[in-house]
Design a protein around this ligand. Sequence first.
Ligand SMILES: Nc1ncnc2c1ncn2[C@@H]1O[C@H](COP(=O)(O)OP(=O)(O)OP(=O)(O)O)[C@@H](O)[C@H]1O
Length: 353
Amino acid sequence: MPEIHVEHLVKSFGTNRVLDDVSFTVRDKEFLTLLGPSGCGKTTTLMSIAGFQSPERGAIRCGDDTFFDADARIDSPAEHRNLGVVFQSYAIWPHLTVAGNVAFPLKVRRQGKQAIRSRVAEVLEFVEMGAYADRYPYQLSGGQQQRVALARALAYSPGVLLLDEPFSNLDAKLRERSRTWLKQLQHSLGLTTVFVTHDQNEAMAMSDRIVVMDQGRILRSGTPEKVYGEPADRRVAEFVGQCNFLTGIVRTGPGGKHLLLTPEFPDGIVVRGRRDGADGSPATVAVRPEDIVFTDTAGDGPEPTILDTSYLGDHYQSRVSVGGLELIVHSRTRPGGDTSHVRIPPAVATFVD
Ligand SMILES: Nc1ncnc2c1ncn2[C@@H]1O[C@H](COP(=O)(O)OP(=O)(O)OP(=O)(O)O)[C@@H](O)[C@H]1O
């Protein structure tokens, strides 16, 4: 399957610049997710790849094909790009059966009757909808309709799959099941896939790599582990999971490790990663709530005031106050009693400014 190269896309609607120098590569067979808040330009990026939007600047290449090149005035029509696209609203045709919906793009491509029949059967098997071929959309659940939309997109063996929030109409349980199932299908068919979502859990669960966008720009890209564990930017840390931010002064400690000294943690927090010329400069670090520990050892850290605690099934979430600072802490057990100090273990904090 081809790689996709998105290069320096710029796109405005009137005076509103919605893509501002967007570049990324989707590798062969990779599941890449565009993640970001509503209005950040995810759909516009996807629609530019699909050929339904034309940027003002930049280029989009897919394997050896140039889909779009503003300088060279190339903008190939959507139907020549051989991409499978599934929109947020699956838009399957209500007057056609499941098989009719899936056959439609093949008929448009003027394939023979026998070839269409066998391909429709094959694709419906991929999405586990073989038994529903003769049903109409109104006789299907939301999840089943979504599978039909996917089958229709897969029918003509596209090199690349583009998915724009395909699970947004499903309930939480079905959404979760659909994620696993789609990921398995994508993997087994080896499809290069670009997926759009504003749901960070969905992005984490499904992606080989995530591209985090905000206000038409790419803030960060990397594996889910990298984006979550080393967000590098405060907006990424805030958007991808919950996060605490601590501000202080950097000191170089034993072994060349960087420490962040804050009024609440005067002995210093050992920060992961290095930064040149940081000694003595102000800095902000991000610490995930699950990385902060309640402890009964007084020397380990300050004594917080617990403001409130919620039980969330697999953990407790507490809001605690340490000096003037409020922190969110996740713990396996309810804090209080002899677990009355908070500790930030070495190398869980990362610089974010
Ligand atoms: N056809 C259009 N005309 C004018 N403005 C548009 C048009 N399409 C999108 N926009 C604007 O461009 C910006 C980016 O929209 P886009 O749909 O790409 O965002 P998104 O990240 O996909 O958001 P969501 O998650 O809500 O779908 C928004 O401010 C939106 O209002």
